[in-house]
Design a protein around this ligand. Structure first.
Ligand code: PEP
Ligand code: MN
Length: 368
């Protein structure tokens, strides 16, 4: 299905957002007026921070945990705006949150991962946003479903919100993982490929779930040319009422940002561009060869399919498959290719061979 989004580049959202990457920092939750203001004033000292985040209405996995201070915190965010140069952002999950946040002058709204999964909730937010001109960032759903993420972006965009972006915060892991939420970078890259004009902010705090993963995850996101970072920052992280393990102090935030290298999106240096160009030409040639070889391999496999059909032999010959895998992995390793990589490729090739042979078998059945 065609995806048509009408998006304004992030650089036009506010005069401050011209300077990318957009850095959003602030506590997971607003807890007290003192905590909100003290954290904001320390974050403001770093010129790289542009937006202050704080969750007021907290969607929690289990009841009985801190569910946020609610609309009372809007007054504290107003003070942050009055007393610092920071813009402010908060999460909205219901129409009344949207109305109250806009009324209080919140600059940016975000939709949480647990809300993006539910089209009814997203539509409720979209309806409440109609007629307003406020930037909205949509977090990925907790499950790795790109269509659901795109669907939520479409609903908000159709309500007339053009200052629209996505937040990549990772996906609930299905098995043991070093991340709190698996980044599944491929999905974020696919979103970029499908919607190149859509800005993506990475949330390394929720991906990592612990402090020491924030910097490497943030670096990877910037290497993939994401437009912003959202980093949970608290004046006293160990005593935070939510997400304590992943929040950092404003001082640590500064150190993390100092570590991160901003690589240029487009190289300009003449000699470098020249050699890049030549290497890319060689890659194009190798890829042409690869495609021809793959086609040749599939043709041979089709011939085997025909012959299996003629001799009434089953498609899958496990022994042969096992032998191919072992042999190709060993050869790959001799050529400095990782075993996993070669195995993955041969699994794809084998699956496709089987699919083609199945088709040949079915044609046989229809004929007979
Ligand atoms: C948050 O940003 O604090 C939050 C609740 O995040 P998510 O929706 O990504 O879980
Ligand atoms: Mn959080």
């Amino acid at each position: 299905m065609n995806i048509e989004l009408n998006i304004e580049p992030m650089g036009n959202w506010f005069p401050k957002t011209k300077e990318l990457p957009l850095l959003i920092a602030g506590p997971c939750s607003a807890e007290t007026e003192e905590q909100v203001l003290a954290t904001a004033k320390l974050i403001e000292r770093d010129h790289r921070a542009m937006v202050y985040r704080a969750g007021l209405w907290k969607p929690r996995t289990r009841p009985g945990t801190f569910e946020g201070v609610g609309s009372e915190g809007l007054e504290w965010l107003k003070k942050v705006k009055q007393e610092t140069r920071l813009l402010v952002a908060t999460e909205v999950a219901k129409a009344e949150h949207v109305e109250q946040a806009i009324e209080a002058g919140v600059d940016i709204l975000w939709v949480g991962a647990r809300t993006t999964v539910n089209p009814f909730s997203v539509q409720e937010l979209a309806d409440a946003l109609k007629g307003h001109d406020i930037p909205v960032l949509v977090k990925n759903p907790i499950n790795p479903d790109l269509q659901l993420w795109i669907g939520a972006l479409e609903r908000i965009n159709r309500a007339g919100i053009t200052k629209l972006g996505a937040i990549h915060r990772g996906f609930s892991p299905m098995s043991e993982s070093k991340y709190r939420n698996d980044p599944k970078w491929k999905l974020a890259i696919e979103l970029k490929r499908l919607l190149p004009q859509l800005p993506i902010v990475c949330d390394p705090s929720h991906i990592g779930g612990k402090r020491d993963l924030i910097e490497p995850v943030a670096q990877k996101a910037l290497d993939l040319q994401m437009e912003g970072l959202m980093i949970e920052t608290h004046i006293d992280p160990d005593r935070a009422l939510s997400d304590a393990k992943q929040q950092v102090t404003p001082d640590s935030l500064k150190l993390i940002l100092d570590e991160i290298v901003l690589r240029r999106a487009q190289p300009t240096d003449g000699e470098f561009v020249e050699s890049l160009h030549s290497l890319r030409e060689q890659i194009d040639e190798v890829d042409d060869e690869l495609i021809k070889l793959l086609a040749k391999r599939m043709m041979l496999s089709d011939k085997i399919g025909e012959s299996k059909k003629a001799n009434n032999v089953a498609i899958l010959q496990v022994g042969r498959y096992e032998q191919i895998l072992n042999d190709r992995v060993a050869k790959g390793m001799k050529n400095n290719l990782s075993a996993d990589f070669v195995k993955d490729i041969y699994e794809y090739i084998h699956q496709n061979s089987i699919k083609r042979q199945e088709k040949i078998m079915n044609e046989a059945r229809i004929e007979s």
